[in-house]
Design a protein around this ligand. Sequence first.
Ligand SMILES: Cc1cc2nc3c(=O)[nH]c(=O)nc-3n(C[C@H](O)[C@H](O)[C@H](O)COP(=O)(O)OP(=O)(O)OC[C@H]3O[C@@H](n4cnc5c(N)ncnc54)[C@H](O)[C@@H]3O)c2cc1C
Length: 437
Amino acid sequence: MKIGILGAGLTGLELGRCLRRRGIDFVIFEKEAQIGGLARTIKTGDYYWDLGVHAMYSKDKNITDHYLSLPLKYQHSRRDVRIYHTENNKFYLVDYPFEEGVRDLPLNHRMECVHGYIKTRMKGRKDFAHLKDWIDNCLGYGIAKHFMTPYNNKIWNCDLEYISMDLVSAKITPAPVKDFLLAALGKKVVGRRYQAKFIYPLDGIQAFVDETARSFLNQIRCDSAVVELEKAEEKWRIVCENGQVEEVDRIVSTMPLVELLKIIENPAVEREYDVLKWNDTHFVMIGLKEGCAFNVMRQCHWGFFKEDEIFYRITMMRNFSEKFLPAMVAEITNKGHYTSLNEEDIKARVIEDLLRCRIIEKEDDIAAVELRFVPHTYPIPTVGVQKVKNALTDILQQEHIYLLGRNGHWDYINMDGVLQKVKAFMRTQFEEGRMLE
Ligand SMILES: Cc1cc2nc3c(=O)[nH]c(=O)nc-3n(C[C@H](O)[C@H](O)[C@H](O)COP(=O)(O)OP(=O)(O)OC[C@H]3O[C@@H](n4cnc5c(N)ncnc54)[C@H](O)[C@@H]3O)c2cc1C
C-alpha cells in the first residue's frame, strides 16, 4: 500500500517519520520550496526568523521527552512575555497572562478588572455560549475592556460571537480565582505553568522539522502544489501544478481543509462552508544594525499589543537563540483595512508603530525589513465547526482520504498537539488496522 501525504508541515513530516518506522510506503507533496509549513525558519541576509513564536513546550511529558531526545542543541528559557498597555501617554509592560499580570496595571484599571471579575464570579455562571459571552460574563468588564475584547477583536478575522468555547478549553487555561486575587493584591503569580519554561533549537525551529524529516528526504517532493485529486478505480491520482502525477492507495491531507475541498470531486461535499473561517497573516521581520539593540521589551520573548498598533504580537528572535542577530517579527492579521494595504505600506506602518511604542529607538537602527504573507495561519474554532468537521471526515474517509493536522483537520493545535494527533492516527489507522479495512 502506498500513501500520498499532502503537505510537508510538521504533521506530514511526523506522519512520514512514523510510517517509515513501520515500513509503509509513502510520498509527500509540498507546495513550497522549503519543508516545515508554519514551523519554518527563514534566513534574510544574516538574520534568522520564524513565522511568529515557536516555543517548544507541552503538558504531555511524552512530548517534552521526545523533543529532548532529538540530537538538537536547545536554548532553555524561562518565559518573559508582556502585554503593552497605555494610560495617559504612559506605557506599562503587563505580565502575561493578563489575569496574572493585573498587578502591573495602573491602580484605576486594576480596580476595574477586580470589580468586574468579582461581580461576574458572584453570579456563578458556569456555561457560556461563545468567546464573547465568556469574556463578558466570566472575566468581567474590566478584563474585557483592558485586554480580552480589544486583543481578540484584533487577532481574529471573525466576530467573537462566532468563536466557540473550544478556544477557551484548548488554549486559554483561565487563572484560578485565588491566583487572580493574589495577583491583584500585588503578588507575582506564574500563570500557564506548562509553558512558563520552554526550549528552542539554537539553529531555529527549522532544525526540529529538518530532524523529523532527516531519514526520508528523498520521499518529499517540494515545489509540488497539489491541484487535483482524481479517483482511478480503487486508487487516487494526485496531480501537481508542475505536471507530476502519482497514483496512491490512500491520501492523508494536511493541507488546509478549505483548499482540499476545492480540488476534490465529490458531490457529497460542498465547496464552501460558512463555519470554516480562518486567519491569514503578514509576518514582518525587522533586523537591527550591528551594535544596535531593541529598546522597550528587549528582554522579552514575545509581546502582545491590543491597541491601534498594526501588529497584535511581536517576537524577539535573539531571546530564543543566542546564535541569532537582533531581529524581531511582527504579526498582522489580514483583516479590516489592512487587507487593502500593499506590502510596502504594511512595512512602513509596522516601523511607525514600533517607533511610537519605543520598541525601536530610531529608524536608522534598522538594517533589514522583510515581509512574508502566509495564508491559513489560524483555523478558527467557530461555533458549529465541529459538526461540519465530523461530517466531512466521515464522507472523505469512505473515499480513503484522511484529514490530519492544524489546517488539515481544522484543529487549533500547537506542535505538541500535532505530535499527539499523529500518534493517535497511527494507533487507530494502523495498529487497529482501520486504514487497511
Ligand atoms: C503565528 C504562529 C505561532 C505559533 N506558535 C507556536 C508555538 O509557540 N509553539 C507551538 O508548539 N506551536 C506554535 N504554532 C503552531 C504550529 O506552527 C503548528 O501547530 C504546526 O506547525 C502545524 O503543522 P501542520 O503540518 O499541521 O500545518 P502546516 O504547517 O500548515 O502544514 C501544511 C502544509 O501544507 C502545504 N500545502 C498547502 N497547500 C498545499 C497544496 N495544494 N499542495 C501541497 N502542499 C500544500 C503548506 O505549504 C504546508 O507546508 C504557531 C503557529 C502560528 C501560525
